[in-house]
Design a protein around this ligand. Sequence first.
Ligand SMILES: C[S@@+](CC[C@H](N)C(=O)[O-])C[C@H]1O[C@@H](n2cnc3c(N)ncnc32)[C@H](O)[C@@H]1O
Length: 321
Amino acid sequence: MSLSDDENRYDGDDGHCMFCKRTIHQPIIKPGMRADDYMLMLNNISADKGCMAASQKYTKYFSWVLLSWNLVQKIVDVLDKLVESEDPVIEVFAGAGWLSYFINSLLRRSGSGITVVPSDTAAKGEYGSWFQHDHSYAPIDILHVDALEHVQQAKPKVLMMSYPNRNSNIACEVVKRFVDLGGHKLIYYGEMKEGMCANDNFFDYLNLFEATEIIPYEELDNWFGFHSSCMLFDFNKPRFNASIVIDPRSLKNDTLNNWLNMCCDELKLKNAFNHNFENFEELTSYISKDRYQTPSYEIKELINGISIALDLDVKSITHSI
Ligand SMILES: C[S@@+](CC[C@H](N)C(=O)[O-])C[C@H]1O[C@@H](n2cnc3c(N)ncnc32)[C@H](O)[C@@H]1O
């Protein structure tokens, strides 16, 4: 079975990439193929990572993650350290399921009892046009549930996601729900802030916690023009002292407004910004203006300064937001 050419924008008439003119490897899928053969097939397409037609074929039909056994092995090593065999591990936004499929395959080979359960809504709804071909899908069961619902049901301690949709808040909502439900480690593969994934809210939230590279950035395979990272975020390890974040949009909230107004009056916010704010409007405009540079840090520092000075219970404030 091979991909039909009609939807391949970068394929030239002669079956070569329109840009680099190289021959495009057609994926060959045979019944009963094993994980190694599938990996070989995907590696054949990705052989030339600078080729736009190959990049399009791979990301449109199979996976945004540029898969290799090296990548999968590194993730498996992390899972082995983090997870007890009976603990649920889920992959949301799993697309065609290849990452979970290869991870599970290596886990089984190593005799591990851990299994990653992938989910995605791609097979229905507005994403129905993605990964619609039978041969796009990895030979693994993918739950067709919304990511939030999957997290809610499974309550995993370890969550995986790759290439969450750009300009969408869903990844942020999912990760916050995951942490609320007691989850503490996120294995993330994709571009970072201002790249092709999720939105600022998501990365501002992740920025509050310690992160380590699962594979050093320079060693990770990338398509031409892509800048993927593979990271482990640890929600048990906040990078800042205070333990709450304020989304500037929540400043519209009356309770919070009143509370911040009060703090502004009392403190002039010296601790937070080393700057005197004469009134609440000045403070909010400062935060909004600055949020594109170092939003989380500034806002955290603000809250930290206020809460230390007033000896407030930070957690109770979190709930009131
Ligand atoms: C850019 S694709 C990445 C897919 C896969 N991780 C990969 O690397 O190939 C984003 C995926 O998220 C899925 N998605 C978007 N919103 C979702 C939601 N609310 N619940 C579940 N899946 C969702 C889409 O169906 C799509 O398959």
